[in-house]
Unconditional design. Structure first.
Length: 578
């Protein structure tokens, strides 16, 4: 290892970070320091809690309990790790190797730095101290042989992170040519969602339908014992659960399962890291294409496919939207087509759509609960808010995905209020589609009735209008650039980071007035007034009408504000910060 090169690259990375903090006015540095300090404190609390619990409460428990505790910690770590992986599928390099390819530097140590830095996550900061504290506490209370759990647990974490890094590199390679990899990306997203939701569907849906009823106690206990035995047998074939198997063996006085698990985790981790390094080198040296994309025998043949695709694309962009100005309709169709062509947007929309399908299937395959009629409108409204909440990142930053394309909007003679209208219409199909789909599932599951479903549709329209109004304002005041190929912001300013966190946290509170129609309907029933009056539906229609009027009246002042801040938005969304 060349220590001089390593120190130089680390110093360069530190200077770039300082420049980013200075550019954001120091607020970004404060937020980063607070986040790091909070993670350290949380990790220390987990370490002390696990150490004390192991010393005081696990000295004389059976080995099966020790195995169950380690199995629970491992499953929890994998669960939160999978959530983080779904949030950011593509790998983010802290040091861009492509800028160092022309220099005589060792790429191996740069790769190692990127690997280590990319895994400074909250799940690691919580799980690793908890595992270390639990292993040390077991070593104190049950004997020094339990300390073998320390390298075993670290080996399991190394194995998971190595293959995750390899997977992210593979996805980055696929995204380098997104037009030809759309189907693959959608399949990967679908597989991840099925893996994360598989236990939920199996235990909460299929087992509840196929398992014994609650009245047959002995049969139900036997069925659960059989499932537990199957899980125990499956642990030997699941590498992440080798930690639990080794913990049980050590508690029984047998160290061989722990040693074999340690060797297996280290071997698999080294294999994953080796494949990740080789794929990284191939990616940056342009060797990922496989066979040549253009063949001489076919290159000169005339093909009708591009012309057909071009005619289809032109026909789509020439559509006319009823009651929508022509300029706003053209911008909406162009923005929607660009979103459909962006792999990161399609992945986010596909994730939302598949989550809606899985949640709907979970509802439909279960028996409907015994619930009063007054509670059903509130559940329908909550479903509407949840569906729009999944679109917040698109509503509050409508120009961040344009990047260099924002210049076209800036130089165009289109009225700026029509620009905002077109941007909002481009997000309408996804928001309305997800909301309507979830609302249909929940209404059918609850047997809520047609009036409740129609009221939910008007509430969905009101929420989309209010969200679009707030999103227009935030997109103008605090824009930020979205990195191409992923949904990750490119070095967000501190103010934009706080605003995004605020929107994510207080979005349900800001839209809580949408519950007023359901609350008014409940109060109407409590007062004993006639049930034939659809209070919820009427007030939902009124709410949607008021939201539409407010939204339409806000387009003019927000359009003038967009005109005044165009140059500032252009400077933010087009400049890529290192």
């Amino acid at each position: 290892m060349n220590w001089n090169q390593l120190r130089t690259v680390l110093w360069l990375r530190w200077r770039l970070t300082r420049n980013q903090w200075a550019r954001s006015g120091g607020l970004g540095a404060v937020i980063a320091m607070v986040a790091v300090f909070s993670s350290l404190v949380l990790g220390a609390v987990c370490f002390v809690g696990a150490l004390g619990g192991a010393v005081l409460g696990l000295a004389n428990v059976p080995p099966a309990v020790i195995m169950a505790i380690w199995c629970g910690i491992t499953v929890a770590f994998l669960f939160f790790w999978t959530i983080g992986l779904l949030a950011e599928l593509q790998r983010s390099e802290t040091i861009d190797l492509q800028r160092l390819m022309h220099l005589p530097v060792a790429l191996g140590q740069m790769f190692a730095i990127n690997y280590l830095v990319s895994h400074f996550t909250l799940s690691i900061a919580v799980a690793v101290p908890a595992m270390l504290g639990l292993a040390i506490g077991l070593g104190i209370s049950r004997g020094p042989q339990m300390l073998l759990l320390i390298p075993l647990a670290l080996g399991m974490v190394f194995m998971v992170t190595a293959w995750t890094y390899c997977l992210r590199g593979w996805l980055a390679t696929l995204m380098s040519n997104p037009r030809r990899r759309r189907t693959v990306i959608m399949t990967i997203t679908f597989v991840f969602i099925l893996i994360s939701q598989g236990p939920n569907l199996y235990f909460n849906v299929f087992q509840n339908r196929a398992g014994p009823s609650a009245g047959h106690g002995e049969s139900r206990n036997a069925h659960q014992q059989e499932m537990f035995n199957e899980l125990l047998a499956a642990q030997d074939f699941l590498p992440p659960l080798w930690v639990a198997v080794g913990a049980r063996g050590l508690a029984e006085g047998n160290a061989w399962p722990a040693w074999w698990g340690l060797l297996g985790c280290l071997g698999l981790g080294l294999l994953g890291l080796r494949r990740a390094y080789r794929s990284t080198v191939r990616f940056y040296t342009g060797q990922t294409g496989g066979r040549a994309a253009v063949r001489t025998g076919v290159a000169n043949r005339p093909s009708l496919l591009p012309a057909t695709a071009e005619r289809g694309s032109r026909r789509f962009l020439e559509l006319e939207l009823p009651a929508v100005p022509e300029q706003a309709a053209a911008l909406a169709l162009a923005t929607f087509r660009s979103m459909l062509r962006a792999p990161e947007v399609k992945m986010a929309w596909a994730t939302s759509f598949l989550m809606s399908l899985i949640a709907g299937a979970s509802f439909l395959l279960r028996a409907p609960p015994t619930m009063s009629e007054t509670a059903k409108p509130f559940i329908a409204t909550a479903v509407v808010l949840f569906s729009v909440f999944m679109m917040v990142q698109f509503l509050v930053n409508q120009f961040g995905f344009d990047r260099d394309g924002f210049r076209s909007l800036m130089f165009s003679p289109v009225d700026r209020r029509l620009v905002l209208l077109g941007k909002n219409l481009a997000c309408l199909p996804a928001g309305a589609g997800f909301g309507t789909l979830l609302l249909m599932f929940v209404s059918f599951w609850l047997h809520a009735g047609l009036l409740t479903f129609l009221a939910g549709l008007f509430q969905l329209a009101a929420v989309l209008l209010i969200g679009s109004l707030a999103g227009n304002l935030l997109s103008i005041l605090v824009p930020y650039r979205i990195q191409a190929g992923s949904l990750k912001p490119t070095k967000m300013p501190g103010v934009a980071m706080l605003v995004l966190m605020f929107c994510q946290l207080f979005f349900p509170i800001a839209l809580s007035p949408v519950f007023l129609p359901a609350a008014a309907g409940w109060a109407w029933q409590c007062a004993g007034w006639p049930d034939q009056v659809p209070v919820n539906l009427l007030l939902s229609m009124l709410l949607a009408a008021v939201a539409a009027v407010i939204y339409w009246q806000s387009l003019d002042p927000l359009g003038r504000l967009l005109y005044r801040r165009e140059t500032k938005i252009l400077a933010v969304v087009t400049v890529e910060v290192e």
